[in-house]
Design a protein around this ligand. Sequence first.
Ligand SMILES: O=C(CO)COP(=O)(O)O
Length: 124
Amino acid sequence: MKTIALIAHDRKKEEMLSLVLENRDVLSQYDLIATATTGKIIKENAELVITTYLSGPLGGDQQIGSRVACQKVDMVIFLRDPLAAQPHEPDITALLRLCDVHNIPVATNASTAKLLLQSLRAKA
Ligand SMILES: O=C(CO)COP(=O)(O)O
């Protein structure tokens, strides 16, 4: 089963939840992984099975990055907050860099995420 990583900064969590609810049917066909808080919100509100890692600021982005480096992640949806400084910015940059190194589709905003999810729907 292919794996999709879901990550959202605090001011993007509502947007992530809407995206997940709108695409619940597609997402339920994948192994889902997430950083801690994003995953908790999705589990509680969308009732999807999701493996959670540490919270982003505590190393969760790096944990997911290591999964990307091991070719264990097939898509990353990372709704970043471009208007707020993050204490763990280097970890965020590293995760996105690894997606590029390994040519993994990565969406950093909801519009791109919708296009990627549409492409999965078309394949199914
Ligand atoms: O900070 C994050 C990504 O950089 C997300 O972490 P949480 O899902 O735990 O809020």
